[in-house]
Design a protein around this ligand. Structure first.
Ligand SMILES: Cc1ncc(C[n+]2csc(CCOP(=O)(O)OP(=O)(O)O)c2C)c(N)n1
Ligand SMILES: [Mg+2]
Length: 268
């Protein structure tokens, strides 16, 4: 898939996110917009069959920052897991597209998430399971930077290294913001690259995690027998000027006027 194709796909997914959250009148636009390239980059390289989402040999994807479900739902729809029209049912009663991903309801969701801190452990379990079963599938997990303040994440990192999980790729959406402030205001992550290397990762730091070429190159790069971590500097609210780097857009839906303004900025 060409870079132009993937960039267009990312733009389409951003429009989907804005429309979905506006029509639901609730949701998390900031973090959904910041992780689009991480999700699209992973799916562009993953082995899967959208017509057979439970195929046992498929690569797995876990969105640990489950509040950013709109980004994953839009990607799944655009990759053919379910009809694009279904995106407008986000957060409605009985919809398969709940506010946070539910793997029992929605095709293509490998793990139910939303309670921050747990997804990396789930992904580690999947990767370890692949090793035990002598299967070749790979596991990708996207976690938030605020989410890294959960201690369980670091236990999972330790386990990934201990078990030599070279089939695991952790992608960190390093947008610098969380629910109510910057990471540094809430609880500083300190020397994050050094910490991740010390926990045994093959670390690849991206200067721009909203650059699909950087993301794809990092996913393709060798991991040298270690679990891989892609530490991606991103922009929360990416693509919508009035949402970018604005913590107020963490969990707020745009009204119709704001929706139209955002869509105009996201046109081709
Ligand atoms: C265990 C848990 N505590 C609190 C929350 C509420 N919450 C939802 S999003 C969020 C902030 C997450 O920040 P970050 O991981 O940086 O996500 P992003 O910036 O990508 O939106 C919080 C505290 C939650 N979902 N789970
Ligand atoms: Mg964040």
């Amino acid at each position: 898939m060409s870079t132009t194709y993937l960039n267009d796909l990312c733009k389409q997914i951003r429009r989907d996110i804005v429309n979905m959250i506006a029509s639901a009148s609730s949701g998390h636009p900031g973090g959904s917009l910041s992780c689009v390239e991480l999700i699209v980059g992973a799916f562009s390289q993953m082995n899967f069959d959208a017509q057979n989402p439970a195929w046992p040999e498929r690569d797995r994807f876990v969105l640990s920052k489950g509040h950013c479900a709109p980004a994953l739902y839009a990607a799944l729809a655009r990759y053919g897991f379910f009809p694009v029209e279904e995106l407008s049912t986000l957060r409605q009663l009985h919809s398969r597209l709940q506010g946070h991903p539910d793997c029992k309801k929605c095709p293509g969701i490998d793990a139910s998430t939303g309670s921050l801190g747990q997804g990396v452990s789930v992904a580690v379990g999947m990767a370890l399971g692949a090793k035990h079963q002598r299967k070749d599938f790979k596991v990708y997990v996207v976690t938030g930077d605020g989410e890294l303040q959960e201690g369980q994440v670091w236990e999972a990192f330790m386990a990934a290294s201990h078990y030599g999980l070279d089939n695991l790729t952790v992608m960190i959406d390093w947008n610098g913001l969380q629910i109510d402030g910057t990471n540094d205001q809430v609880m500083s992550l300190g020397a994050l690259p050094d910490k991740l290397r010390a926990f045994g990762f093959e670390l690849i730091e991206l200067s721009d995690g909203n650059d699909i070429e950087q993301v794809v190159a990092a996913i393709k790069a060798p991991c040298n027998g270690k679990p891989k971590c892609i530490l991606a500097h991103t922009t929360k609210g990416k693509g919508v000027s009035f949402m970018e780097n604005n913590v107020g857009w963490h969990g707020k839906a745009p009204d119709n006027e704001q929706r139209l303004k955002a869509l105009a900025e996201l046109e081709d």
